[in-house]
Design a protein around this ligand. Structure first.
Ligand code: 5AD
Ligand code: SF4
Length: 458
């Protein structure tokens, strides 16, 4: 296959694991001459990296295929060829069905097989074997052993996948079925990838996993390591100034990890810790393997370990059997915890999961009411928290240009999105920003002491 520049457009839905996977797909395809572009027009390959976690995921993919099909037709009319692929969790779950229903799709592959993309591309281009491919196995080898070393498509804020899959089987969730069972990479492998990310300019690393704090990989001395060990190792790189991890389960928040929050300055004081519900009865029915008291205990311990830590979470309202009292218990948990932000969703049955067969379905209008009530409370807490930042000086890692000219954007240690008017030379730097405005979803401010900032290439 020629190395001439080919245009690759990847559209990504869903979690940060998918964002990571999309970047790695670009790494796999780069040696074949594919360079990522920002839009589907005239692309040589389009990959839709999909998410299956919530309702109507498959319908959304089919309507996106419908939209993108026009670009494929336009390219063919000009005598060109465009490969179209569906990847990710919808691909894993729907496999053949996608090929049957969407004749323009050339490749369907799951999250565990994208290291085989070069071979799939050869097949789909008609060079070898069968032209349309479904590749949704869980292969015996780990894709991490076979992905190219290069992981240079990330910038100053990089993702590093340390763990994949989930063995928890919460009754509402498709992840254990689409991503497979838990797997942890060795610390050695993680450190090697970290070095490559650092060479490509990383100052912040987010360790990723569906159940990241269930991490139990091989340690540097052969024994078993936990997530705190990984964080300690990563924190030794002087170039890495910030470490985050996502997504965690309360059950796996062990004392070693809690302690790490107090000891490692580079570990950012923001934790996304999904709890889903504040009702013991619903938590049990969700198979979350803990009650509300454990959640409160963890929050308390973490606050004792790192005074300024703030929390975010995920909630599901209207789970089967949820009474008004159960909902009140969720609101109570939110009031008692005081979140910096949180996501909340109406329960939607996912085919194949145990909850999809449960009795006691909640009416849609009641779900909507409960969602509104919960979101109003969370928004209130988030806004109040943002207001407390007014006048403070926060170190912000400016990793992007803003929407307005002359504006840069980045994240505070507490994961606020912060906008500031600043010269481009401050891009990719951690800059002290005095917060002058607190909006419900973001902060803005002004640069403090620009003259002391290191010079950076424009
Ligand atoms: N219905 C509604 N929300 C869900 N989530 C996962 N599965 C479902 C479902 N069936 C939410 C959970 C999870 C987040 C990523 O998506 O809150 O933490
Ligand atoms: Fe899904 Fe539960 Fe596993 Fe999270 S812990 S990925 S919600 S099954």
């Amino acid at each position: 296959m020629s190395k001439a520049n080919k245009k690759l457009f990847i559209k990504t839905w869903g979690c940060q694991m998918n964002v990571y996977d999309s970047r790695r797909m670009a790494d796999v395809l780069r040696p074949l001459g594919y360079e990522e572009v920002d839009g589907p027009e005239d692309a040589d390959m389009i990959i839709m990296n999909t998410c299956h976690i919530r309702e109507k995921a498959t319908d959304k993919v089919f309507s996106e295929i419908g939209r993108l099909r026009e670009h494929k037709k336009a390219k063919e009319q000009k005598g060109g060829r465009m490969l179209m692929a569906v990847a990710g969790c919808v691909a894993q779950a729907e496999g053949d069905f996608i090929l049957e229903r969407a004749p323009e799709i050339d490749m369907v592959f799951g999250p565990q097989t994208y290291h085989e993309l070069p071979e799939m591309v050869l097949k789909a281009s008609g060079m070898i074997g069968r032209p349309r491919i479904v590749n949704t196995d869980f292969p015996p080898e780990s894709k991490f052993d076979l992905l190219p070393e290069e992981n240079a498509s990330q910038g100053v804020c990089a993702f590093l996948s340390v763990q994949e899959g989930c063995d928890k089987f919460c009754t509402f969730c498709v992840v254990p079925y689409t991503r497979g069972s838990e797997f942890s990479r060795s610390i050695k492998e993680i450190m090697e990838e970290a070095k490559i990310l650092i060479e490509a300019g990383a100052k912040e690393i987010t360790l990723l996993g569906q159940n990241v704090n269930a991490y139990h990989g091989e340690g540097l001395n052969g024994g078993q390591a936990d997530l705190a060990d990984v964080i300690y190792e990563i924190s030794k790189f002087p170039e890495i100034e910030r470490i985050r991890y996502s997504t965690s389960h309360p059950r796996d928040m062990d004392d070693h990890l809690i302690e790490a929050h107090g000891e490692i300055e580079k570990l950012m004081p923001f934790l996304h810790l999904p709890v889903q519900s504040g009702s013991d009865k619903i938590l049990k029915s969700m198979n979350r393997k803990h009650g509300r008291d454990l959640f409160f205990e963890i929050i308390e311990k973490l606050r004792a370990s790192r005074k300024d830590i703030v929390f975010s979470s995920d909630f599901i309202v209207g789970f089967p059997g949820e009474t008004q009292q159960d909902h009140e218990d969720t609101l109570d948990l939110v009031r008692r915890t005081n979140f910096a932000s949180a996501y909340s969703f109406k329960y939607s049955p996912r085919p194949g999961t145990p909850a999809a067969n449960m009795q006691g379905l909640i009416r849609e209008d009641i779900k909507s009411e409960r969602l509104q009530e919960l979101q109003a409370l969370i928004n209130e807490q988030q806004y109040a928290y943002n207001q407390t930042c007014l006048g403070q000086i926060l170190p912000v890692l400016l990793d992007r240009k803003g929407h307005k000219t002359g504006q840069l954007m980045g994240r505070s240690p507490y994961n606020h999105s912060v906008h500031v008017t600043a010269p481009d030379r401050l891009l990719n730097q951690i800059v002290d920003i005095r917060i002058t405005h607190a909006a419900p979803n973001s902060l803005s401010g002004e640069v403090v002491l620009v003259e002391d900032m290191p010079e950076a290439a424009e």
